[in-house]
Design a protein around this ligand. Structure first.
Ligand SMILES: [Fe+2]
Ligand SMILES: [Fe+2]
Length: 166
Protein backbone atom coordinates (compact mmCIF):
# COMPACT_ATOMS: atom_id res chain seq x y z
CA UNK A 1 0.00 0.00 0.00
CA UNK A 2 2.82 2.34 0.90
CA UNK A 3 4.33 1.61 -2.50
CA UNK A 4 1.15 2.73 -4.26
CA UNK A 5 1.21 5.96 -2.31
CA UNK A 6 4.85 6.54 -3.23
CA UNK A 7 3.99 5.99 -6.89
CA UNK A 8 0.90 8.20 -6.59
CA UNK A 9 2.97 11.02 -5.10
CA UNK A 10 5.21 10.82 -8.17
CA UNK A 11 2.19 10.83 -10.47
CA UNK A 12 0.58 13.78 -8.67
CA UNK A 13 3.88 15.69 -8.69
CA UNK A 14 4.23 15.25 -12.47
CA UNK A 15 0.56 16.13 -13.15
CA UNK A 16 0.58 19.26 -10.96
CA UNK A 17 3.92 20.39 -12.43
CA UNK A 18 2.44 20.15 -15.90
CA UNK A 19 -0.73 21.96 -14.84
CA UNK A 20 1.36 24.78 -13.38
CA UNK A 21 3.28 25.33 -16.61
CA UNK A 22 0.18 24.92 -18.77
CA UNK A 23 -1.79 27.50 -16.75
CA UNK A 24 1.14 29.89 -16.91
CA UNK A 25 1.15 29.55 -20.71
CA UNK A 26 -2.63 30.11 -20.72
CA UNK A 27 -2.07 33.26 -18.64
CA UNK A 28 0.40 34.65 -21.16
CA UNK A 29 -2.04 33.90 -23.98
CA UNK A 30 -4.93 35.59 -22.11
CA UNK A 31 -2.67 38.61 -21.51
CA UNK A 32 -1.84 38.92 -25.20
CA UNK A 33 -5.51 38.38 -26.13
CA UNK A 34 -6.41 41.39 -23.95
CA UNK A 35 -7.98 39.61 -20.96
CA UNK A 36 -5.90 40.77 -17.99
CA UNK A 37 -8.34 39.48 -15.34
CA UNK A 38 -8.42 36.00 -16.89
CA UNK A 39 -4.62 36.16 -17.12
CA UNK A 40 -4.40 36.87 -13.35
CA UNK A 41 -6.70 33.94 -12.64
CA UNK A 42 -4.57 31.56 -14.74
CA UNK A 43 -1.44 32.89 -13.01
CA UNK A 44 -2.95 32.40 -9.56
CA UNK A 45 -4.07 28.84 -10.32
CA UNK A 46 -0.67 28.12 -11.86
CA UNK A 47 0.96 29.22 -8.62
CA UNK A 48 -1.46 27.07 -6.63
CA UNK A 49 -0.61 24.00 -8.73
CA UNK A 50 3.07 24.69 -8.01
CA UNK A 51 2.24 24.67 -4.30
CA UNK A 52 0.71 21.20 -4.78
CA UNK A 53 3.65 19.94 -6.82
CA UNK A 54 6.24 21.09 -4.24
CA UNK A 55 4.22 19.60 -1.43
CA UNK A 56 4.19 16.17 -3.10
CA UNK A 57 7.87 16.38 -3.99
CA UNK A 58 8.74 17.04 -0.35
CA UNK A 59 6.75 13.94 0.64
CA UNK A 60 8.52 11.68 -1.88
CA UNK A 61 11.32 9.62 -0.41
CA UNK A 62 14.82 10.93 -1.01
CA UNK A 63 13.88 13.54 -3.63
CA UNK A 64 15.18 16.57 -1.77
CA UNK A 65 18.58 16.27 -0.10
CA UNK A 66 21.10 18.71 1.31
CA UNK A 67 21.88 21.66 -0.95
CA UNK A 68 25.21 20.04 -1.84
CA UNK A 69 23.38 16.86 -2.86
CA UNK A 70 20.75 18.84 -4.76
CA UNK A 71 23.36 20.66 -6.84
CA UNK A 72 24.96 17.33 -7.69
CA UNK A 73 21.56 15.85 -8.64
CA UNK A 74 20.67 18.90 -10.74
CA UNK A 75 24.09 18.72 -12.44
CA UNK A 76 23.64 15.01 -13.27
CA UNK A 77 20.15 15.64 -14.63
CA UNK A 78 21.44 18.33 -16.98
CA UNK A 79 24.20 16.03 -18.25
CA UNK A 80 21.71 13.21 -18.77
CA UNK A 81 19.34 15.51 -20.68
CA UNK A 82 22.24 16.74 -22.81
CA UNK A 83 23.86 13.42 -23.71
CA UNK A 84 21.05 10.85 -23.44
CA UNK A 85 17.56 12.29 -23.57
CA UNK A 86 17.59 15.17 -26.06
CA UNK A 87 19.65 13.33 -28.70
CA UNK A 88 16.84 10.74 -29.01
CA UNK A 89 14.19 13.43 -29.33
CA UNK A 90 16.32 15.28 -31.86
CA UNK A 91 16.73 12.15 -33.97
CA UNK A 92 12.99 11.48 -34.18
CA UNK A 93 12.20 15.12 -35.00
CA UNK A 94 14.88 15.06 -37.67
CA UNK A 95 13.69 11.73 -39.17
CA UNK A 96 10.13 13.04 -39.26
CA UNK A 97 11.08 16.45 -40.68
CA UNK A 98 9.54 18.36 -37.75
CA UNK A 99 11.61 21.52 -38.04
CA UNK A 100 10.17 23.55 -35.16
CA UNK A 101 10.42 20.68 -32.69
CA UNK A 102 13.91 19.86 -33.97
CA UNK A 103 14.99 23.45 -33.40
CA UNK A 104 13.46 23.55 -29.90
CA UNK A 105 15.00 20.20 -28.87
CA UNK A 106 18.42 21.15 -30.28
CA UNK A 107 18.49 24.50 -28.51
CA UNK A 108 17.36 22.89 -25.25
CA UNK A 109 20.11 20.28 -25.53
CA UNK A 110 22.69 23.05 -25.96
CA UNK A 111 21.25 25.04 -23.09
CA UNK A 112 21.34 22.04 -20.72
CA UNK A 113 25.12 21.91 -20.98
CA UNK A 114 25.21 25.59 -20.02
CA UNK A 115 23.01 24.80 -17.01
CA UNK A 116 25.40 21.98 -16.05
CA UNK A 117 28.33 24.40 -16.30
CA UNK A 118 26.63 26.84 -13.92
CA UNK A 119 25.97 24.06 -11.40
CA UNK A 120 29.57 22.88 -11.67
CA UNK A 121 30.75 26.39 -10.92
CA UNK A 122 28.37 26.59 -7.95
CA UNK A 123 29.71 23.29 -6.56
CA UNK A 124 33.21 24.65 -6.68
CA UNK A 125 32.46 27.84 -4.83
CA UNK A 126 29.42 27.06 -2.71
CA UNK A 127 30.76 28.98 0.22
CA UNK A 128 32.16 31.92 -1.72
CA UNK A 129 30.69 35.27 -0.81
CA UNK A 130 29.24 35.98 -4.21
CA UNK A 131 26.05 37.65 -5.34
CA UNK A 132 25.35 36.83 -8.95
CA UNK A 133 22.08 37.70 -10.64
CA UNK A 134 20.90 35.66 -13.59
CA UNK A 135 19.14 36.52 -16.82
CA UNK A 136 17.07 33.76 -18.44
CA UNK A 137 16.30 33.72 -22.16
CA UNK A 138 12.53 33.35 -22.44
CA UNK A 139 12.86 31.73 -25.85
CA UNK A 140 15.39 28.94 -25.24
CA UNK A 141 16.20 28.94 -21.51
CA UNK A 142 19.84 30.02 -21.81
CA UNK A 143 21.07 31.47 -18.52
CA UNK A 144 23.47 34.40 -18.44
CA UNK A 145 25.31 35.65 -15.34
CA UNK A 146 25.32 39.29 -14.21
CA UNK A 147 24.08 40.84 -17.46
CA UNK A 148 21.88 39.96 -20.39
CA UNK A 149 23.82 39.59 -23.65
CA UNK A 150 22.84 41.69 -26.68
CA UNK A 151 21.84 38.46 -28.38
CA UNK A 152 21.31 35.01 -26.91
CA UNK A 153 24.31 32.83 -27.81
CA UNK A 154 22.05 29.81 -28.35
CA UNK A 155 18.90 31.11 -30.09
CA UNK A 156 19.87 34.65 -31.10
CA UNK A 157 17.00 36.32 -29.17
CA UNK A 158 17.44 40.03 -28.43
CA UNK A 159 18.30 41.39 -24.97
CA UNK A 160 14.65 42.30 -24.20
CA UNK A 161 13.80 38.58 -24.24
CA UNK A 162 15.87 38.00 -21.09
CA UNK A 163 14.16 37.88 -17.70
CA UNK A 164 16.07 38.94 -14.59
CA UNK A 165 16.15 36.41 -11.74
CA UNK A 166 17.68 37.79 -8.57
FE1 LIG B 1 18.46 22.54 -17.72
FE1 LIG C 1 17.91 32.00 -26.16
Amino acid sequence: MAENTEKNLGYAFAAESKAAVRNDAFAKKAESDGYPQIARLFSAISDAESVHARRYLRLMRGKIGSTEENIETAFQNEIKANVEEYPKLIKDASDEGKESALNAFSQSRDVESRHAELYKKAMNDMLADRHTVYYVCQVCGYVSEDAAPDNCPVCGAVKAKFKLVE
